[in-house]
Design a protein. Sequence first.
Length: 115
Amino acid sequence: QVQLLESGGGLVQPGGSLRLSCAASGSIFSRNTMGWYRQAPGKERELVARFSSGDSTSYADSVKGRFTISRGNAENTVYLQMNSLKPEDTAVYYCNLLQYGYNYWGKGTLVTVSS
């Protein structure tokens, strides 16, 4: 069993910044990758940013240059630094861990970008 705990969401004005954190615990093996997805109201869940094999990263085109995914010093911890936030970034953000072909999800943290 794997548990993912996200934190750091909230209300921010357009142009502001937030940092999301995700800590994974449980039956975690070395062969895994972690990332962030989001789901806006009425839309499907979409990739925001994730690590692939090794330290390579991938980003949605809509967040390139504004968001940065990084690893924490603690094992199985990832962050999402979000800068220059826009109203269209409003969504529930989910942490994801992919391990041996199985996806694990956190409960999500709400990010609201509004003036």
